[in-house]
Design a protein around this ligand. Sequence first.
Ligand SMILES: *[C@@H]1O[C@H](CO)[C@@H](O)[C@H](O)[C@H]1NC(C)=O
Length: 183
Amino acid sequence: MLGVTLTLAGLFSVVVAQVPGFEGCPDVETISTFDVENYMGKWYEQYRYFMIIEAGGKCATANYTLNNDGTIKMVNALVNSLLGFPSQIEGSARIVDPKDPGKLAVKFPISPFESSYWILDTDYDSYAAVWSCQSLLVANTQLAWIKTREQNPSQDVIDKAMDAFKRNGLNVDHLLKTDQINC
Ligand SMILES: *[C@@H]1O[C@H](CO)[C@@H](O)[C@H](O)[C@H]1NC(C)=O
């Protein structure tokens, strides 16, 4: 239980630090059309920027399902690397402006704020490149994830997602591999 408490506290501090707003965030190109239904289902996290909430976590997955009101239910799960216990957190996402359907806002009950969830690229059945930026007073916080449909995809699939970051001038050296082998 201690581990769970620490994880939730970590999430809270990360999210509180992410005061909504995009000033100071780099301009990126997101997908121009979004087939929400094809994006639903299970995704395996392969890479991410460092996040307190996910530090020490492995086997991270996300399962997305459509709610009746058109929002997306997001269930993020991971396994603590040291102690092996699983944890999950449920949130919801919405498309903020239908003219910009790749830019979602996500909210987890633990936080009073929404944070951004921008889909840079996806082919729906192998990879997704997702990025988030929130501006702070003098800087911004950026988060990034590469998600795949297969737990252990080919390098080719990873490269397609990496390209989406590179095309937008975003740093891929900061992407850390998520352990999906010892699950
Ligand atoms: C994803 O979530 C839905 C709804 O909560 C559930 O029915 C489904 O079994 C889940 N899928 C996986 C792969 O966990």
